[in-house]
Design a binder for this molecule. Structure first.
Ligand code: FE
Length: 427
């Protein structure tokens, strides 16, 4: 680099990234260039314009774009893996809501959120759409911790005014007042942590609360995250819960919560009707596919093949604690497995997802919520994770694609040895 005002570096090793939904670039020996927080591309040799940049050699490892977790409930992290044989309603009422209510206690919230953020920090996730609890102070604590971790995130204080516990049934008015107070408190407080409006679901929010949140959405110019069409029971209740609407997406849109400020994130979309799919596509809504959670709660298997064929944007969510782990490697594996089951059980022979597609969803698909994120093409924000798979001893000479595909089935935090976010080295 001739000019010294730019800062950059080069990583040298195996590289794997998505070129498109269907195509991966797998290079066993390549140079990945970062300048001023952005990727400048991947090269077989160091181009002359980048000579002089410091090179970090990780030749025996594989560098991949960081993962985006598009749907994760931070205040449920303590109850991960404890669904037992409960159905979703029983689990929400008897396990989830009592746990989330504990976050009104600042001491509990601090300790629990510290454990959650540490887990996210050491894994391969570099971006996340995070749900907090209903409490305002602990939501700010969570945002402070995420900011300090270097992870780029959007975080939502949950809103609900029905079907909760006592104390989680505050009026729409008090919810809206508290949400506004929270938004004002976090304005200009962070560099990489953003608020997102978070109505828990239409079942848990009165029309009045949704409408008030739609007004906040417009006033503050914020994105939205929620759950949509997750279970069969939810579909049976649709007409009662969404008077005058053809589907949940229509009701969200009429409330001012879809298609207002860029992409909204809707988790699940397991049972979306053609009309709902049309609205989700029209409004540029991102679908957070959470296959582990859908399986754990016997909710179903989302028709992701259909969404990809329609060119809709789909990312992956761990959906902790319906999902038991924050690992997006696990979400990729679950997406593959459940899509194969769906194809087998529903007789859709062409529909199983491919490794290329689940890798795309984990990186570029979910990353698109945060802008040009999730690949190493020039101009993308530089989020990279260095993967060491030396604990998977092998006699085979495998390329980056096969090494990461195999690791998808058995990775844990030990395999993540370095992490870069927006060009900054996190560890
Ligand atoms: Fe969820």
């Amino acid at each position: 680099m001739g000019e010294t005002e730019h800062t950059g570096f080069i990583l040298h090793g195996g590289v794997l990234y998505s070129k498109s939904q269907k195509e991966l670039v797998s290079l066993p020996d390549a140079y990945l260039v970062c300048v001023d927080g952005f990727s400048r591309g991947v090269f077989p040799q160091i181009p002359s314009e980048f000579e002089g940049l410091p090179v970090t050699d990780v030749w025996d490892k594989v560098i991949i774009p960081g993962f985006t977790d598009l749907h994760v409930h931070a205040p449920q992290y303590q109850i991960r893996g404890l669904i037992g044989d409960r159905g979703i309603e029983e689990w929400l009422s008897n396990v989830v809501y009592p746990e989330e209510a504990k976050y009104a206690d600042p001491t509990y919230a601090k300790r629990a959120y510290d454990i959650f953020v540490e887990d996210l920090y050491i894994g391969a996730t570099t971006r996340a759409a995070v749900w907090a609890a209903m409490d305002m102070e602990s939501t700010i604590t969570l945002m402070d911790f995420l900011e300090d971790s270097g992870i780029v995130s959007c975080v939502g204080k949950v809103n609900m005014d029905r079907r909760g516990l006592m104390g989680m049934q505050e009026s729409a008015e008090s919810q809206l007042t508290l949400t506004r107070k929270w938004l004002d408190a976090v304005e200009d407080r962070y560099e990489r942590t953003y608020p997102v409006l978070t109505p828990r679901s239409i079942a848990a929010c009165s029309p009045q609360l949704l409408k008030g949140m739609g007004d906040l959405c417009r006033e503050y110019g914020l994105p939205v995250q929620s759950h949509i069409s997750e279970t069969r029971k939810e579909m049976e209740e649709m007409h009662e819960l969404c008077p005058g609407s053809s589907c949940y997406a229509d009701f969200f849109r009429k409330s001012g919560l879809l298609g207002e400020n860029g992409a909204a994130i809707m988790a699940h979309a397991v049972y979306s009707s053609d009309e709902e799919i049309r609205i989700l596509k029209e409004t540029g809504t991102l679908i957070a596919h959470c296959p582990g959670a859908n399986a754990a709660l016997s909710a179903g298997i989302a028709p992701v093949r259909k969404y990809l064929d329609l060119d809709m944007q789909v990312g992956l969510g761990s959906d902790v604690a319906a999902g038991a782990s924050t690992s997006i490697f696990t979400a990729m594996k679950d997406a593959l497995y459940t899509s194969r089951l769906r194809a087998y059980c529903y007789g859709e022979p062409s529909s199983p997802l491919t490794f290329e597609e689940v890798f795309y969803m984990a990186t570029r698909g979910g990353g698109s919520f945060f802008g040009d994120v999730g690949t190493f093409e020039p101009g993308y924000e530089f989020d990279a994770v260095v993967i060491d798979d030396s604990n998977q001893d092998t006699m085979l000479d495998l390329g980056p694609r096969e090494r990461i595909e195999r690791l998808m089935y058995c990775a844990d935090d030990r395999n993540v040895v370095s992490k870069y976010i927006r060009g900054a080295k996190i560890f």
